[in-house]
Design a protein around this ligand. Structure first.
Ligand SMILES: NC(=O)c1ccc[n+]([C@@H]2O[C@H](COP(=O)([O-])OP(=O)(O)OC[C@H]3O[C@@H](n4cnc5c(N)ncnc54)[C@H](OP(=O)(O)O)[C@@H]3O)[C@@H](O)[C@H]2O)c1
Length: 234
């Protein structure tokens, strides 16, 4: 996809990967609409923000309608980025934490995708990227519920790409290893560090995926830090 002039919706642009991607796409000449609970601390003439919790389907629908009415009902890109994790032993995860992870990481992805799909089908063109995680590829101890949410979107998107490929819509699932963001605020055992992936590099990878030729489809994309614990000590 040639990115200049395209229109992209990103969930969660206040920080981390979503912020890096919004800035990267704006630099490429893309109009970006961010949907999230916290407004971004940066501005751009092609950036708009809609305050909305992705867990609320009605609010998301109305935010999307507002965005699309200003865009002549066109949307080329959806990035399902909003997400969060609480880590800990299964019996220590509260019902509220379980529900929040499921609703943001799974329901939010379903809602946003469901809302853009009719427009993309009408256009016969579009690209949905969903950020899963390496925790969506393999299970880790004390990450069980988060893993379940990220396995769920792998399945959802793996099915969706086969439903819409002949409508000219690409569906990519990204599986990053640890990224140096605020994501680990709910996991006291893990501190972000410089041997994690950088959010700007993950954003660049997504932009490269978006820029691939129309008949070239990256379905699953796994990225990990090469040396997550730093170089070998000699
Ligand atoms: N960091 C990692 O190691 C890592 C690795 C693999 C995958 N991921 C995934 O990458 C994605 C981005 O994570 P990140 O590392 O950039 O984390 P982050 O810095 O904590 O950013 C998460 C974003 O999600 C948004 N968000 C959370 N709950 C929301 C809700 N209910 N409604 C709307 N927006 C909501 C936040 O917006 P508000 O500020 O408005 O709440 C924020 O912009 C997530 O899906 C995460 O699971 C992260």
């Amino acid at each position: 996809m040639q990115l200049e002039g395209k229109k992209a919706i990103i969930t969660g642009i206040s920080k981390g990967i979503g912020k890096a991607l919004a800035l990267g796409l704006l630099e490429k000449g893309v109009s970006v609409a961010g949907i999230g609970m916290t407004a971004p601390d940066y501005q751009h003439e092609n950036l708009q923000f809609m305050a909305c919790d992705v867990r609320n389907f009605q609010a998301l629908d109305s935010a999307m309608q507002q965005i699309l009415s200003g865009w002549n009902n066109e949307v080329h890109i959806l990035i399902n980025n909003a997400g969060l994790g609480y880590f800990g032993k299964m019996e220590d995860i509260s019902l509220e934490q379980f529900d929040e992870m499921m609703q943001v990481n799974v329901n939010g992805v379903f809602y946003a995708s469901k809302l853009v799909l009719p427009h993309m089908k009408k256009q016969q063109y579009g690209h949905i990227i969903t950020i899963s995680s390496t925790a969506g590829l393999e299970a880790y101890p004390e990450v069980g519920v988060y893993c379940a949410t990220k396995f769920a979107v792998k399945a959802m998107m793996g099915s969706l790409y086969q439903e819409v490929r002949y409508d000219g819509i690409k569906v990519t699932t990204l599986y990053p290893g640890s990224v140096k963001t605020d994501f680990f605020r709910n996991s006291p055992g893990i501190k972000p560090h410089d041997y994690m992936l950088m959010p700007e590099d993950v954003a660049t990878a997504m932009i490269q995926v978006l820029e691939t030729p129309d008949n070239y489809h990256v379905v699953n994309y796994e990225v990990r830090p090469l040396m997550p614990k730093g170089p070998k000590v000699k």
